[in-house]
Design a protein. Structure first.
Length: 384
């Protein structure tokens, strides 16, 4: 597209009107008959940048997200939902050919934008323009690239979590392998109460638990470290409820597994299966349960017992739930940061995006919308 054609991507309202991005669905529903596809395309770019800005991406990163989309659409003079895998291959094998890492990065960004379109506006685009939204980046181009999580990690409510763990515990005596079911239940609830990552929690040994820390109790985990600095030990707190639960588990359940629970290196949460070489050597210590096993057990239990709109749980969502619920109950941001083991406060803030206790939440989202609108309207030349 030439300069005049590029200008056609400019919305038909002034910069002040970008506040309407905040209620974009309503705006489009009332005026869809007066808008062409390019204007609609421009609005999706604005909202995509807004969503990424609200999720915490840096402005420089946000500016780079839409450039490959505009580049490809300008070359073919089409809107994104008219692109095909063949067109994408032809472009990056010809005029758009660059170094392999550059091409792969552009393809990934195009695919990420289409993931956003599919989740939010596929139905609306089909109603307005009769087009089916499908990424031109198919499985042959994607190279197993993860398309990203474009929704906020919204945890269940505190009430839903209480009902979930109550129902799960009541069902433990009916389990086919009661000891394994109890282990999975305790692992999940300790992860929720302490905010510890799955990989950290699975690696805890019985010797890492310190009962002498008053009525709260604590244990030591190997944190992943910041910016690739490597694992480093940190303290995780059980609080009173977690201490009582873990004491019950150690006293009543841990001895039911086949290894020696009094061995100093025995894992807190052992695997039920002993590898052949370990069993042949009659080792006193069983291997620790792996995060994948914990993830499967939590997913299965949440499908059975979790009430409310959240369909299922995964380990990292328990960490988000821990941070959000404690913050809503009055824990300070610094305390939540310390509990999660974060180095940077900005990392902790991303965990609290759904906390109702944040009085600045509404202003934060509106500010993000304003920045996205200004970036696209006032500085659209930087997008090329």
């Amino acid at each position: 597209m030439g300069e005049s054609e590029t200008r056609s991507l400019t919305p038909e309202r002034d910069a002040v009107g970008m506040a309407e991005v905040f209620s974009l669905h309503t705006y489009r529903s009332s005026r869809s008959g007066q808008r062409d596809e390019r204007s609609y395309f421009f609005d999706t770019l604005a909202e995509y940048q807004w969503a990424r800005d609200a999720a915490g991406l840096m402005p420089a990163s946000i500016d780079q997200l839409v450039k490959p989309v505009i580049e490809l659409c300008e070359h073919y003079d089409v809107v994104p939902w008219q692109l095909t895998p063949t067109a994408l291959d032809r472009y990056f094998a010809g005029p758009g050919k660059r170094a392999r890492p550059t091409v792969l990065a552009k393809i990934n960004k195009i695919d990420a934008y289409f993931a956003f379109l599919e989740q939010r506006y596929a139905g609306e685009i089909h109603r307005l323009f009769g087009a089916v939204v499908e990424s031109p980046v198919d499985s042959f181009d994607r190279r197993l690239h993860h398309r990203g999580d474009f929704g906020l990690r919204v945890p269940p409510s505190p009430r839903a979590m209480r009902e979930f763990f109550t129902a799960w515990r009541a069902a433990l005596p009916q389990s086919r392998k009661e000891a394994v079911a109890c282990r999975d239940y305790v692992t999940a609830k300790i992860a929720y109460l302490s905010g510890v990552r799955a990989a950290e929690l699975c690696g805890v040994a019985l010797g890492d638990v310190h009962w002498e820390s008053g009525r709260w109790g604590r244990f030591v985990v190997q944190g992943k470290g910041a910016r690739g600095s490597g694992p480093r030990p940190r303290k995780a707190f059980l609080f009173e409820e977690g201490r009582e639960l873990l004491w019950w588990y150690v006293e009543e359940v841990r001895g039911l597994f086949r290894d020696d629970p009094e061995h100093p290196a025995a894992p807190l949460f052992p695997s039920e299966r002993l590898p052949g070489p370990v069993a042949a050597l009659n080792m006193p210590v069983a291997p620790e349960v792996v995060p994948a096993t914990f993830r499967r057990a939590l997913k299965a239990a949440s499908r059975l017992y979790l009430p409310g709109p959240v369909p299922e749980l995964f380990p990292h969502l328990l960490r988000h739930a821990c941070a959000t619920h404690n913050y809503e109950r009055g824990m300070t941001l610094w305390e939540v940061q310390r509990m999660l083991g974060h180095i940077w406060t900005t990392t902790t803030v991303n965990y609290l995006a759904t906390a109702q206790a944040d009085p600045e939440q509404a202003d934060r989202w509106r500010a993000s919308a304003a920045r996205a609108g200004q970036r696209l309207v006032a500085d659209r030349g930087s997008l090329r």
